[in-house]
Design a protein around this ligand. Structure first.
Ligand SMILES: Cc1cc2nc3c(=O)[nH]c(=O)nc-3n(C[C@H](O)[C@H](O)[C@H](O)COP(=O)(O)OP(=O)(O)OC[C@H]3O[C@@H](n4cnc5c(N)ncnc54)[C@H](O)[C@@H]3O)c2cc1C
Length: 399
């Protein structure tokens, strides 16, 4: 039997959240290891063709972690957002100027984000074990014992589960989860519209789901088109001309004709909420804690606030898995998580509702949001990621 290697913190999963956490814990007092089952670079399942819209709080967190300089060259500033509903003229607009910020957020290719975080994490004292798949986990009074496929064993005083929506840690510990299949899929690709995007992120709701166009650095836009899952396969098989023409028809004429289509991928959409955020010696972060519909572009932003909260909690801790620390983490993250999960779910259900009269109410809602400054400011503040946010998300330096 192999010897047990001892660590203070073992992170399971090196996706966007796990890699961010390895970076956030660098320079701290704890011995950190990260286990990732897939083979980077390019191997982590979340590093696909998508772009991620980082909100202002996430940009502040990456600045505090010293990563923003490496991320910024590939990130396009989002200067305004434009939210509308197909077939109605009501529109809600938000601008960076109204928020008093240089940008509402930044749209960045996932591949660049994932590869950069991984490279930066490699430059820290954290030990990145990859490919390494967790196959067994046993909790003991003062820590946990972990086994990897192949038999190697580790011990940790704190295990952070950042192993995604279908968390193996959750299953190994018998933690339940609430799951809702939206029966929708997001088709993701890139298009180049005839008119310049001018840094505007568009989201247009239709009864089948929203279509979003987000600005990219090269004048192109990433397109995220939510459709009923039963239609997604056929839409992936459409010719380029058929797909572009249907996308133009659904989005409307605001940016003119669409040209040049990137590769198309479909992501089935569901919501998965872990029943627990912590257990003795274990905490859940990112998609392992909550996986959300991408309609409001909040999933990773929320997961990154989990990361900031963990890093802040561990900063002065002698025992990183102490019960008080885990309780504080749970208290600190619960409200943010519930608010974002509820907001996202309501948005999906409100805009997918075909009941007579509902469309008129939605229309009034969009108009009210555009015309009522306090309401607009409250919604904007939440979407920027500032509600219930850890210190780093508010732009405060790490101590
Ligand atoms: C279409 C779409 C668009 C989106 N757009 C946005 C957006 O604009 N803004 C935003 O904030 N969010 C967005 N999201 C959400 C965002 O992509 C996710 O929240 C984020 O990628 C989750 O990262 P994660 O690291 O928690 O999980 P994952 O990316 O799932 O990573 C988990 C990692 O754990 C590893 N792993 C699993 N099991 C094991 C094991 N047993 N041992 C070792 N390793 C293991 C996996 O290999 C994987 O690398 C979008 C999502 C979709 C589907």
């Amino acid at each position: 039997m192999s010897a047990v290697r001892e660590f203070d913190v073992v992170i399971i999963g090196g996706g966007l959240v796990g890699a961010s956490l390895a970076l956030a814990l660098s320079g701290g007092r704890h011995r950190v290891a990260l286990l990732e089952a897939a083979v980077p670079p390019g191997g982590a399942p979340s590093w696909d063709e998508r772009c991620i819209a980082l909100n202002a709080a996430s940009q502040a967190i990456f600045s505090a972690l010293g990563a923003w300089g490496d991320l910024a060259p590939a990130a396009e500033p989002i200067l305004s957002t434009h939210i509308s509903e197909r077939g109605r003229f009501g529109v809600a607009r938000f601008t960076a100027a109204e928020a008093g910020l240089p940008a509402l957020g930044y749209n960045i290719p996932v591949r660049h984000l994932g590869a950069t975080l991984w490279r930066l994490a490699q430059g820290t004292a954290a030990e990145l074990l990859c490919p390494a798949r967790l196959s067994g986990l046993r909790l003991q009074g003062e820590g946990a014992e972990l086994e990897m496929e192949g038999g190697a064993r580790l011990s940790a005083r704190l295990v952070v589960a950042a192993d995604g929506a279908h968390s193996a840690v959750r299953a190994m510990l018998g933690i339940g989860h609430e799951s809702r299949d939206y029966e929708q899929s997001a088709i993701v690709t890139a298009v180049r519209p005839a008119r310049p995007h001018q840094g505007c992120a568009y989201e247009r709701f239709t009864p089948d789901g929203p279509i979003a166009l987000l600005p990219k650095p090269d004048g192109a836009c990433s397109l995220v088109w939510t459709v009923p899952t039963r239609q997604a396969g056929a839409m992936l098989a459409w010719s380029e001309a058929e797909f572009l023409s249907a996308a133009e028809d659904t989005f409307g004429e605001r940016l003119g004709r669409f040209r040049v289509l990137g590769r198309r991928n479909a992501h089935p959409l569901s919501r998965v909420l872990s029943e627990r955020l912590t257990l003795p010696r274990v905490l859940f972060a990112g998609n392992a804690a909550q996986s959300l519909h991408p309609v409001a572009a909040q999933g990773f932003n929320l997961g990154l606030r989990d990361v900031a909260a963990i890093a802040e909690a561990l900063q002065d801790a002698t025992d990183p898995g102490a019960a008080t620390l885990l309780r504080d983490y749970e208290n600190a993250r619960q409200a943010d998580r519930e608010r974002v999960a509820q907001f996202t779910d309501r948005l999906v259900r409100t805009f997918s509702n075909r009941l007579p009269g509902f469309a008129a109410l939605r229309h009034l809602g969009l108009l009210a949001m555009d015309l009522t400054p306090p309401l607009k400011q409250a919604v904007m503040w939440q979407n920027l990621g500032y509600g219930h946010a850890p210190r780093m998300a508010r732009g405060e330096e790490r101590r």
